[in-house]
Ligand binder design. Sequence first.
Ligand code: GLU
Length: 425
Amino acid sequence: MLKEQVAHVADEVLNPFAIAQAQLDEAAEILQLDPEMHVFLREPMREFHFTIPVRMDDGRTQVYRGYRVQYNDARGPAKGGIRFHPDETIDTIRALAAWMTWKTAVVDIPLGGAKGGVICDPRFLSATELERLSRGYMRQIARYVGITKDVPAPDVYTNPQIMAWMMDEYQVLTGHQEPGVITGKPLEIGGAAGREDATARGGIYTVREAAKVLDIDLVGQRAAIQGYGNAGQFAHLLATELLGLKVVAVSDSRGGIYNAAGLDVTAVRNHKAETGSVINFREADNISNEELLELPVMVLFPSALENVITQRNADNIHATIVAELANGPTTPAADEVLYDKGIYVLPDFLCNAGGVTVSYFEMVQNAYQYYWDEAMTQQRLDQKMTAAFHAVHNMAQIKHVNNRVAAYLVAVNRVAQATRLRGWV
Ligand code: GLU
């Protein structure tokens, strides 16, 4: 074989949608899913592609590209976040929408899966430009969303303020109040108490359950967190508070920091708020994202973007538990390596399902205009995450497969059943 061909063969497929489809294919084979159902579940049911012209502060018009993918709504209205990111692609959104479908199914909430995105870099937009972009996005999708169709939420680089603008724009367009059209809103206008830390909290509950089945005492053990957005920051806080873990390393897109004695969450958060990054924190040494991933720790939390654990570094991962708060952080080839090494992976659409679970609670509260306190949310979230964890863990034991395949078996079964009952396939 030519040298280039060898390189090509060794190259891993990193297209997130190709990965999502390959994961489904593996599950379909084990489930002996009928071929027609398999074909149907392999593609999004519908997608919307559009332009968003935005008047910038200097008077120019900048045209952005936006997308919304409704992957599957057999189990209920489609659900999933909106990502604002410069590297956004339609295939990333398709993959994220597929994973939302399996996510809502694995925690057994009556919703389907969707995802949206805009190719943009919000770090270079002023607050007024960001508001016009957010309202422009809602103008393009308003006719396709709503509590009976599809309900967006935050994702990477979108936040409660953006949800508030989008909800308001929807009201401007429709002329009626419908707070449940979008979740992850600020508390003052229909947000749910406990939504902010829900993704991390749900993941922490699954780590707690994993430690029980693995018979591990987590107190005082080391943890590392890759990514320091909403999920990563709350994972730092809650890993410490709820599990007694010692977080020795954290990172963001600019690099990581390490202190063997542990990192104080408030001090690191303040440092990031002041400087824009966790790096150069005075009580730690700078390390790279790659070094962070390879640290010997009890729990590693990939909490940023896709494809960080690949066939290139999988063999160097030294964590006992990998808790995937990010979507799609591990490639299929890396999955096999981690499984062979005996690393216990809490797969993304199980581990990070706490966010959408509390989004669902937010929709329920919006519908009857009566709000729960945080304790009630946390207790109900715990029930959902604990049940989902054990469904997946038991499936993995029975079928002798890794946890990701097991999560697919649980989720795909449920979506296929709904699809069949509706008579679609
Ligand atoms: N973006 C989050 C996720 O990937 C939350 C989605 C939601 O709340 O609808 O799960």
